[in-house]
Design a protein around this ligand. Structure first.
Ligand code: NIG
Ligand code: FE
Length: 421
């Protein structure tokens, strides 16, 4: 059967190896790299890929053809950890941070996440939608075709539900696929500061069952951190999430080494995020229990720290690593996944192949989307990024600019010459 669209003469085509599971350890540094390649697309899915001449059988009078000589093509990028939907911004904290006030001290003083909670509460559905849509457009022009969106700027039901419903509507309206995570356990609300148990009760007895009942999220995440939720509190919240059929993630050992990585392993979490302060024991337990390590070097950079997560040690210990922006108004205000990929190499010493696997096949598995996107297997969604670059190394080495020329989502051209169309 002939194709709807054929991308051909592709200078370099990056194909992750797809064995229906995330790539772990040494396998993260493997990929099939083709030259003078083609991709055929039929009904929004990958129909065929190969090197050299496009087979005649794929071409008819109706087939559209695009010559991509000198360009690099990869699967659509997956940003598997963001706090997409929120009100306001926090540049008012910037001078304080530059003067050495820590992220956790700003939070303890009622700022940080809690100030975004106020801004999100007072924003209407439409205001949140418009702001998040603008961010999704920015993500898309940087090559992101699937994104995770966490709630967690409500800390009470009405606002949490509003955030989740905005994410749901954006998933329906916008070319980028939006996967929702409920993160009501993002901070202790100010009015319950002295009584966190009451908030945990609200989360476990009402909010989590409600999220599950109305299918408002697929995952549940908790900020397990010094001064936020302890390991024991996180365990109880996530146990409830599991009982309500939500898959679990943990903001683990982001700032203080608390045992979040160990908890992720114990609970069989889908992924553990950040891990800047993860212990050696935590890393090896995560590997034994197939927990994906989702690393967010933009946060380390923006918090002006030097303690990047030890990606090399994690890969040596046979972990599967994903990379994401953590886009949020406090610890990482950027939608640009290419910058995060460049930090993956420049700050965490990941090879270009490891970096591209981390934001394609492993990112897809980190969101439970490994069966439909993240690689060029026949039958998967035709989510494709065309970079104005001769090879994948160039994209990471030439940092700080947007290399994306075109983006296809489900076979449709959605970005051309760095504009959403
Ligand atoms: O992943 N650590 C918790 N949540 C975000 C920050 C959210 C915020 O500061 O608004 C993070 O770093
Ligand atoms: Fe985060």
């Amino acid at each position: 059967m002939s194709a709807d669209l054929i991308l051909y003469n592709i200078g370099e085509l990056f194909c992750p190896i797809d064995n229906n599971e995330p790539l772990r350890g040494q396998a993260m540094n493997t990929a099939k790299i083709m030259h003078n390649a083609y991709i055929a697309i039929k009904a929004g899915k990958i129909q065929a890929i190969g090197e050299g001449e496009v087979p005649e059988s794929l071409i008819s009078n109706e087939t559209q053809k695009r010559d991509l000589s000198g360009l690099t093509v990869t699967p659509g990028l997956i940003d598997s950890h963001t706090h997409l939907v929120h009100g306001g911004s926090r540049e008012n904290e910037f001078s304080m941070k530059l003067n050495g006030v820590s992220y956790l001290d700003i939070l303890a003083a009622g700022g940080g996440i809690l100030s975004t909670v106020n801004a999100t509460k007072t924003s209407t559905f439409d205001e949140l939608y418009t702001k998040a849509k603008k961010s999704l457009d920015t993500m898309l022009i940087h090559g992101t075709t699937t994104v995770e969106a966490k709630s967690g700027y409500g800390l009470e039901w009405e606002t949490e539900e509003k955030q989740l419903k905005v994410a749901k509507k954006l998933n329906e309206d916008h070319p980028v696929e939006v996967v929702s995570t409920f993160m009501g356990a993002h901070a202790i609300p100010t009015q319950l500061k002295e009584n966190p148990e009451e908030f945990i009760k609200e989360l476990t007895e009402f909010m989590i069952p409600e999220v599950s009942k109305h299918s408002l999220a697929e995952f549940c995440d908790v900020f397990c951190e010094h001064g936020v939720f302890s390991v024991e509190q996180t365990r109880r919240i996530l146990q409830c999430a599991k009982e309500n059929n939500l898959k679990i993630k943990i903001h683990a050992d982001e700032i203080v080494s608390l045992g979040g990585a160990e908890l992720a392993a114990e609970m069989g979490a889908h992924s553990a995020e950040h891990l800047m302060a993860a212990s050696d024991e935590g890393i090896s337990l995560m590997a034994k229990n197939n927990v994906i390590a989702n690393l967010l070097p933009g946060t380390t950079f923006s918090l002006m720290k030097t303690s990047y997560a030890d990606a090399r040690k994690m890969i040596e210990n046979n972990l599967a690593v994903a990379l994401s922006t953590d886009y949020n108004p406090g610890s990482c205000p950027t939608e640009n996944i290419q910058l995060i990929m460049q930090l993956g190499s420049l700050a965490m010493k990941m090879s270009p192949i490891e970096v591209f696997n981390a934001v394609t096949i492993n990112g897809a598995h980190s969101l439970g989307r490994g069966h439909e996107t993240g690689s060029f297997e026949v039958g998967k969604n035709a989510d494709i990024v065309v970079f104005d670059a001769p090879n994948i190394d160039y994209i990471l080495y030439h940092f700080g600019v947007n290399h994306v020329k075109e983006v296809y989502k489900n076979g449709n051209l959605v970005v051309q010459d760095r504009r959403v169309i």
